[in-house]
Write a protein that binds this ligand. Structure first.
Ligand code: GLC
Length: 465
């Protein structure tokens, strides 16, 4: 392919032939044609079927034990604990009976010690602080407070409020938890503090996102997170889940947590790996795992870009071969820098200059350096957005009957909210694989705060049961 056929945005004004050649090579590595995507979607569907048939497969397809939909008319206040990768929130969610919810929350940053050792005791302390600060700690005579617990990691659920941790993903790595019931671990920590709190529901963040979207719009079928990690949950018909041994739900449906971040893990057979992805994977805490997540989500994109920057610098094609202590540190390029760089249209690319020279501490960048940094940001981000469509298309086309009526998809996460054009590129790519008549039935909506609100809704549904 000649450089002329590549996107004109990848032409660097004032670049040397070697610099332009290197950029063109990157552009070709990161280019994902529809034909290539079609092959990836097919494999994704095959892996979904495999996960529906048996446990322990690449895509876990985990039954969440949520079998009902909220109607949107429920009212009342419910509590939730929302554990993400870096923060913990304790919330009180009030449902207004008209599909709307308001929440009041307290946010806590996970200290390093909690991430590596004392996680569940830390969560219990935060719950205690919340109850005391709001003067709602139940005394010995009062009934315990029910709380939903959003736990954004793969858990093999054994009931609505129990499940064993399959593995840690994203940044957490607390020893002694894999294979154990995370509700038990939390409940024990709450007991140690003498708190009358019952963990009434264990909810993946994607399940929460779906349920909060369903409270606002009953036609919601999928909940997706494009954030630090990525994953999705959807309503599957129980008869399609061959491995399901539980009772057939009255509704005929069960919400499944796909754990799609694991797609192509171990095998590395279909995703478009570049040497920069492989380098990231090799140095991550979970090599060969979460392959799809590592190309899409906020935890990793900055690191892919950092690998590219250093690869170019090492050939003296960028920053005159210079780097800095910060730039040499793994994870020092935050994905938010790419979001800012992608939309820097100032004549001298001043935002990018700021990132390179001030944040990353590499002085004297040239305009050519900054243009190249921008192209790297576009390539990494746009590949992520196009690849995101794979999971969406594979899931939607699994239940094609649903596409004949309006269906809503609730989405939350920093990539979706902040990455420029992420939604447009993702949905436009989806439209290439779904007939127009059906595509127009789909809406994508931001389910802001879905994971916390959703956990409270699941706690409410569990209470009704
Ligand atoms: C990771 C977790 C998954 C979660 C997702 C989004 O992929 O394994 O459970 O839903 O991140 O937070």
């Amino acid at each position: 392919m000649s450089s002329e056929s590549l996107d004109p945005r990848y032409t660097i004004k004032g670049a040397t032939a070697e610099q332009q050649q290197a950029v063109d090579m990157l552009a070709r590595q990161f280019l994902l044609t529809d034909e290539r995507l079609a092959g990836i979607i097919k494999e994704f569907r095959r892996r979904m079927e495999e996960g529906l048939a048996a446990d322990g497969k690449m895509m876990k397809m985990i039954p969440s034990f949520v079998t009902r939909r909220p109607t949107g008319t429920e009212t009342g206040s419910y509590y939730a604990i929302d554990l993400g990768g870096t923060n913990l929130r304790v919330l009180k969610v009030t449902l207004d009976g008209k599909g709307g919810a308001t929440s009041m929350h307290q946010k806590f940053t996970l200290p390093e010690e909690a991430k590596s050792r004392t996680l569940f005791d830390f969560i219990a302390q935060c719950v205690e602080t919340f109850l005391d600060d709001h003067n709602i700690r139940p005394t010995g005579h009062q009934p315990p407070i029910n709380m939903g617990f959003t736990f954004s990691y793969p858990v093999q659920q054994t009931s609505i409020n129990s499940g064993t941790l399959v593995q840690w993903t994203k940044g957490l790595n607390v020893p002694g938890c894999v294979g154990r019931d995370v509700v038990r671990l939390l409940q024990d920590a709450l007991l140690r503090l003498g708190l009358r709190v019952k963990v009434a529901a264990l909810v993946n963040d994607t399940v929460g996102t779906l349920l909060s979207a369903a409270y606002a719009d009953p036609s919601s079928q999928m909940g997706i997170i494009f954030g630090t990690g990525t994953n999705s949950a959807y309503y599957e018909s129980a008869s399609n889940i061959a491995k399901w041994k539980g009772p057939n739900p009255k509704s005929g449906e069960i919400v499944l947590n796909i754990e799609w971040g694991a797609f192509d893990s171990d095998e590395f057979s279909v995703l478009p790996f570049t040497p920069h992805d492989i380098k990231l994977d090799r140095k991550s805490i979970n090599p060969r795992k979460q392959a799809y997540e590592k190309m899409i989500s906020g935890m990793y994109l900055g690191e892919i870009a950092r690998n590219i920057v250093l690869w170019l610098a090492d050939q003296r094609l960028l920053l005159d071969g210079r780097s800095s202590e910060i730039l040499n540190d793994m994870w020092s390029v935050d994905t938010s820098y790419l979001s800012s760089a992608a939309v820097d249209n100032s004549p001298d690319l001043s935002e990018i200059q700021q990132i390179i020279e001030k944040t990353l501490n590499v002085p004297n960048s040239t305009l050519v350096d900054r243009q190249i940094f921008k192209v790297i940001s576009l390539l990494v981000g746009e590949r992520a957005a196009r690849l995101s469509s794979v999971g969406v298309v594979a899931t939607l086309t699994k239940r094609p009957d649903l596409l004949n009526n309006h269906i809503n998809i609730g989405i939350d996460g920093s990539m979706y909210e902040h990455y420029p054009d992420f939604e447009r590129i993702m949905s436009e790519t989806v439209s290439h694989f779904i007939p127009e008549e059906q595509f127009k039935n789909i809406t994508f909506n931001c389910a802001k705060d879905g994971s916390g609100v959703g956990a409270a809704i699941v706690a409410m549904l569990a209470e009704q049961n």
